[in-house]
Design a protein around this ligand. Structure first.
Ligand code: COA
Length: 149
């Protein structure tokens, strides 16, 4: 598909309704309160460069929520995490997510971070394929969980 004029910028409070809309189109569920809180957290404690939106002709068509984690899980140094990524279903397969991840990676590098982590659900093999296409490989950490209650 032809590359359109996509611009990537830091996420702002005003992007709330666009993000709620995109998630609703992806999952069928609108969670305004959840995203309000999420944006608040991003603005308060996460580096600004770690949460991004993609715009196409002044319309928000994708977003990344990320963060930087220092000395977590016994890891040396700082790791950048991609926690949530979403592209409006009407604008997929145009390289929008790739551009957001590349911009995220460039900012991480600018901040002296050399590694990006993310978690992918087994139930979403397309996310595995997507991150693999972007040069991500299986990491060395083990994911543990325990059911309680
Ligand atoms: C995964 C997702 C972010 C991809 O967005 P996108 O803008 O369409 O991706 P891109 O066009 O940048 O694709 C980048 C690469 O990944 C590959 N890719 C994209 N979607 C893929 C899929 N569903 N399956 C396999 N590969 C995929 C592309 O082929 C492309 O490869 P190439 O650049 O080497 O040709 C998007 O499909 C999405 O938002 N999915 C829902 C994720 C979700 O559940 N988020 C939480 C709720 S909002």
């Amino acid at each position: 598909m032809t590359k359109k004029n996509i611009s990537i910028r830091n996420l702002e409070k005003e992007d709330l309704s666009s993000i709620v809309d995109i998630e609703e189109r992806v999952t069928g569920v609108a969670r305004k309160k959840y995203w309000e809180k999420r944006i608040e957290i991003s603005e308060a404690i996460r580096p600004h460069w770690a949460s991004l939106v993609a715009e196409l002709e002044n319309r928000v068509v994708g977003f990344i929520f990320g963060r930087a984690g220092e000395l977590e899980f016994g890891l040396p140094g700082t790791v950048a995490w991609i926690e949530i990524i979403g592209v409006d279903p009407a604008f997929r397969n145009q390289g929008i997510a790739r551009q957001m991840v590349e911009s995220f990676a460039a900012s991480a590098e600018d901040h002296g971070i050399n590694t990006i982590f993310t978690l992918v659900d087994h139930a979403q093999p397309e996310m595995d394929q997507f991150f693999t296409r972007l040069g991500f490989a299986r990491g060395k950490m083990l994911h543990f969980q325990k059911e309680v209650g």
